[in-house]
Design a protein around this ligand. Structure first.
Ligand SMILES: C[S@@+](CC[C@H](N)C(=O)[O-])C[C@H]1O[C@@H](n2cnc3c(N)ncnc32)[C@H](O)[C@@H]1O
Length: 166
């Protein structure tokens, strides 16, 4: 919840990556901000259909779009979203996980957020993000249970942790 609260301060479109049957951070985000614009992604269209039908019933005025694509090759423009969000999504990518991380950084606008609750990523993984690829500075400082780094002008803020959904 705390991470989602911070993510909302990005003030714009959110991309929920590899949402899966549990939806990643979709539920807490919508709970806090029912009209938040969100693109929900998964490679499996049937998962998205289920979420579409469920939200149409419980939150008919939602501003949620559903996009089935491989997160390793996102059909989105650079800097398209204010916040990328993943809860066990990036860590369970089938295929090119490194490419999915690069793509995530490419589509988040400078000053935006990546909120990632991922057991599968080490600090080393995040440190190895290819800065020249997207021209954005990626920094991370460990702080439990929340990771947050101080904003710099061109940075994508990485917020995250591991373990339970927060
Ligand atoms: C374990 S679930 C993810 C966890 C989910 N975010 C949650 O809240 O539980 C893994 C999901 O990632 C999706 N997925 C796997 N590879 C993917 C890819 N390359 N691009 C997008 N989604 C992918 C799967 O279809 C599956 O729904």
């Amino acid at each position: 919840m705390k991470l989602c609260e911070i993510a909302l301060t990005a003030g714009g479109l959110v991309l929920e990556i590899a949402a899966g049957p549990d939806g990643g951070n979709l539920s807490p985000l919508l709970h806090m901000s029912p009209s938040l614009p969100i693109i929900v992604n998964d490679i499996e269209p049937r998962v998205l259909e289920l979420w579409h039908d469920y939200l149409a019933e419980v939150l008919p005025q939602n501003k949620v779009w559903f996009a089935a694509f491989d997160a390793a090759f996102m059909p989105l423009r650079d800097n398209a979203v204010a916040c990328a969000s993943s809860c066990g999504g990036l860590g369970s990518i089938a295929g090119n996980r490194d490419s999915a991380i690069c793509e995530t950084f490419r589509v988040v606008r400078p000053g935006g957020y990546l909120i990632a609750l991922e057991m599968a990523f080490t600090e080393e993984t995040l440190r190895s993000l290819p800065e020249p690829h997207c021209g954005k500075e990626a920094c991370m400082k460990r702080a439990r249970p929340l990771r947050q780094h101080k904003a710099t002008r061109n940075a994508v803020h990485i917020l995250g942790g591991s373990g339970s959904r927060s």
